[in-house]
Design a protein around this ligand. Sequence first.
Ligand SMILES: Nc1ncnc2c1ncn2[C@@H]1O[C@H](COP(=O)(O)OP(=O)(O)O)[C@@H](O)[C@H]1O
Ligand SMILES: [Mg+2]
Length: 372
Amino acid sequence: MPRWIDGAIVCAARSRNKNDRMLELVDLTKIYPGAKAPVVALDKVNLTVGRGEIYGVIGRSGAGKSTLIRCINLLERPTSGMVRVDGHDLSSLGDRALNQARRDIGMVFQHFNLLSSRTAADNVGLPLEIAGHKPAEIRTRVADLLDLVGLTGEAGRYPAQLSGGQKQRVGIARALANRPKVLLCDEATSALDPETTLQILDLIADINRRLGVTVVLITHEMNVVRRIAAKVAVLEAGRVLESGPVYDVFTKPVSETTRSFVAETVGYDIPPALLALAAQHPGIGPATLVRVELVGVAPGEPLVSRVSRNFAVDLRIVAGRIDAIQGRPFGGMVMLATGTPDVIAAAIDYLRQHNVHVEVLGHVPTNDRAAS
Ligand SMILES: Nc1ncnc2c1ncn2[C@@H]1O[C@H](COP(=O)(O)OP(=O)(O)O)[C@@H](O)[C@H]1O
Ligand SMILES: [Mg+2]
């Protein structure tokens, strides 16, 4: 492990007891003048990010994500409210102290923002030059940083000679140059293809583990949050609609917006003819359409096979999608259960007793079943 990384870990461990809250936003509000009427871009946002945590902020276009980022590093002065980084109130600082405090916050951008006339190494070294470090010191640190992001062989290349993923690795190394306490990623993977996105997310998670740096991920993509964040806040019209552990927020969404993000990853289509038939015949019958949600079920729990073994019920999956958040199953499916209505009802009870959410969509009369 490179020398300075050792140091960073020691620092993170030492300060852990002092304050477990790395980033605190208190009633953060930003109102732009706007052409006609004032625009409330952030409306009393409250958010606490723990030390060493990966925290996702998800929202649609116009939700206020970029404003949030710019207010966190005080590129934009909040209209009211407070931004605290590691216990220091940034909003109270003058310009000079603020410049110093900003070194605690590393930024990763959607479009990388590299200087095209500088090599990968010189892009990574730029913040160190600005901070006034000695050339020899910069060379050593840049080599360590490039090693950390897996770009040692690309040190002398220019941005135009690098792939999107490599450019973002340079962007991440540069963001870490001043040993920030917080890494702010603004749509860091939105310009990348799906496979590269996963590689970059895994790199960010790896850096978080190795350096203990706190990460805030701003994104419009549910998959980004699902992959590496432990906690999430859903932002809409400048407000936090809900926040908490990722699994809890996505399995028990309270807002329509959160539900729509969930549907994007685990959405599935039930055959429309079947759904229409079931809707016309509510309740349980000899062929019953049920929606089963696998939320809070222990990984690998063979509930479905246990039901068909213990009850005289045939289960046919007609639609579904199961995914995982932090190793826990997440998603659901629609099944056609056939058997006698009493036994189907008992099987549904059994599932419910095991914390499986089961919704009866209706039943399909025998003479119509060919239609399914
Ligand atoms: N400089 C500005 N002046 C006026 N309105 C702005 C400005 N920047 C952003 N807004 C408005 O604030 C809201 C939030 O924008 P933004 O933070 O860019 O959202 P997001 O990044 O989630 O797409 C939008 O309604 C946008 O039009
Ligand atoms: Mg934006």
